[in-house]
Ligand binder design. Structure first.
Ligand code: ZN
Length: 413
């Protein structure tokens, strides 16, 4: 489904986003296709595409086609050199950052280990990484903003900022105001599972899917339901916090106060404790190495948690009926692949059997390991490329308005 343009004079930025969104979704679009799909007059479309070309956000080229009289028509595509955004993905023991262009390609990627439980250490590390990435850009003055992905939820008194899988001292998140002041760029943040889902929706496994569920394994386990490229947030921005769904009566104690939550079994934290003892958090490299070496301890763990993945998939499918479930997060795709293999056959659900194609019922993110990083960088890009700006606000409407205005001033959008 494509949003329709508006003929209101005040809706120029909205119309530009819609045109950008159609071009992104199609890869290339002719002027006639834009007119047909957006529903605006040929003159308005011509003005908008000219504006977007002037801003270097799109490029035009002659379409190749059958030989006929006159010039072949023009088509438009996103400009890979039209500016970059910086993404930061925070896990408890490391910070990854990347500069990503308009079409979702990573131009530069950095990673350091640091104990991010201390917000001051984290702030200094983030400022350094942003400055390094910005200086390496072809056009350092054309960085749209910084997106940060981190474990959530942010606004649930019984769950937020509690336990071993989250940043306990970050309560309030004033750190992002300090980051914005220090680097002079708009900063967007979101829960890692939402950022990852947005990344998948724009450039990943779900780019041609309107309703999918994204399961994010980081230190904990998170999930996001995407509907028409927007994350379903629930009443308070905390929807689909799947890690705290109880699956074992009288099971393991969870930081939320309940017992038997699924993330106490199926998460990087659970894997690390099971293999390396209390307080450990394995790196992606270590996990991949163990899987490649056919290490029996990690395979035993994958086999033991496969029934929990079956339960999660069955629950999500029966509750939400998504077109597909994407498995991603901060862990390597090979870890998901091992668990998913042991989880076969999947349980029966509304999504199984019959004429529904099962081939794409569950897929592993092609970005696995970097889902949140790409997703974070996408947050500022998403602001520019999609007409649905409500998705990212999550209770930060005024701050987001001001961040959006900064971008608009910067690029005259
Ligand atoms: Zn819990």
């Amino acid at each position: 489904m494509v949003s329709r343009g508006s003929t209101q004079q005040s809706s120029a930025p909205y119309n530009r986003r819609i045109v950008l969104d159609v071009i992104r979704r199609q890869g290339e679009a002719s002027r006639k296709e834009l007119i047909d799909r957006v529903g605006l007059s040929p003159q308005t479309i011509a003005n908008i595409t000219q504006d977007l070309e002037d801003l270097d956000l799109i490029i035009s080229k002659r379409q190749k086609g059958e030989k006929s009289r006159g010039q072949p028509p023009m088509s438009f595509a996103l400009n890979p050199d039209g500016g970059d955004a910086i993404g930061i993905s925070l896990e408890l023991n490391h910070i990854a950052s990347a500069r990503v262009n308009l079409v979702g390609e990573m131009r530069d990627r950095r990673e350091i280990s640091a104990d991010l439980r201390d917000p001051t250490t984290a702030l200094v590390a983030m400022i350094k990484q942003v400055e390094t990435l910005r200086l390496g850009a072809l056009h350092p003055d054309r960085i749209w903003g910084v997106g940060v992905a981190m474990p959530g939820p942010f606004d649930a008194p019984d769950l937020a900022f509690k336990g071993p899988t989250v940043f306990e001292k970050w309560r309030g998140l004033e750190i992002f105001t300090a980051l914005e002041d220090a680097i002079g760029l708009p900063v967007y943040y979101n829960v890692d599972s939402v950022a990852g889902a947005v990344g998948e929706s724009l450039f990943g496994a779900a780019s041609d899917t309107n309703r999918f569920f994204y399961l994010y394994m980081g230190a904990g386990l998170g999930g996001t339901l995407m509907i028409d490229r927007a994350a379903y947030t629930g009443a308070n921005g905390n929807a689909t916090e799947i890690g705290h769904i109880p699956v074992e009566r009288n099971g393991r104690q969870c930081s939320c106060g309940n017992r038997g939550c699924v993330e106490t079994y199926l998460s990087l934290h659970a894997l690390s404790e099971s293999i390396a003892g209390p307080g450990a958090l394995l790196s992606s490299d270590e996990i991949e190495k163990r899987l490649n070496e056919n290490d029996s301890t990690i395979h035993d763990w994958c086999r033991s948690v496969a029934p929990y993945l079956q339960q999660v998939i069955c629950t999500v499918e029966n509750m939400l009926d998504p077109q597909m479930i994407v498995l991603g997060g901060a862990v390597p795709g090979a870890l998901w692949q091992a668990i998913l293999t042991y989880a076969q056959p999947l349980l029966h659900s509304v999504r199984s059997g019959g004429t529904i194609q099962n081939a794409r019922r569950v897929v592993i993110s092609s970005q696995a390991g970097d889902s949140a990083l790409l997703g974070a960088a996408v947050l500022p890009i998403y602001e520019k490329l999609t007409p649905r700006i409500d998705v990212l606000t999550q209770g930060r409407a005024e701050e987001m308005d001001s961040a959006q205005k900064k971008i608009e001033r910067r690029f005259r959008i």
